[in-house]
Ligand binder design. Structure first.
Ligand code: NI
Length: 134
């Protein structure tokens, strides 16, 4: 397998967390852990891209409560999503982080659009779509 060397920029806190994880796990290097994380990222994106037709799912996201203007933008996006979004719960995880879980149902394209709009927001740390088989 051909290997290529790349360099990347990363927040110090995130790198610290990665290193702590590596020390506590079976990973022997940052590269190995990052390669696995990247594979998982791509697999999830592929799974999402393949969704079609009517879908039911749960969308979970974690975001930074302190990010200026983010709460308003989230509300706008949720209002625009209209009928595909039903119940949502909000949990103030700690001083800084909010977790929001939403039940989504409807056309796959609309759900994917919603996920992408949420991911694009500055201050949104994680968005996970879990499709549910009916
Ligand atoms: Ni909160």
């Amino acid at each position: 397998m051909e290997i290529e060397r790349i360099s990347l920029t990363i927040e110090k806190d995130l790198l610290k967390e990665l290193d702590a994880f590596i020390r506590a796990s079976h990973y022997s290097s940052r590269s190995e852990a990052i390669r696995d994380a990247l594979r998982e990222f791509l697999a999830e994106r592929k799974m999402r891209a393949a969704l079609s037709g009517e879908q039911l799912g749960v969308l979970v996201m974690i975001y930074d409560h302190d990010q200026t203007g983010l709460s308003e933008k989230l509300l706008d996006i949720q209002h625009e999503a209209g009928e595909i979004l039903s119940t949502s719960i909000h949990w103030h995880l700690d001083r800084r982080n909010c977790l929001e879980a939403m039940v989504v149902r409807g056309e796959a394209e609309k759900i994917k659009n919603l996920v992408e709009n949420l991911e694009a927001l500055r201050g949104v740390r994680q968005v996970k779509l879990i499709p549910i088989k009916k």
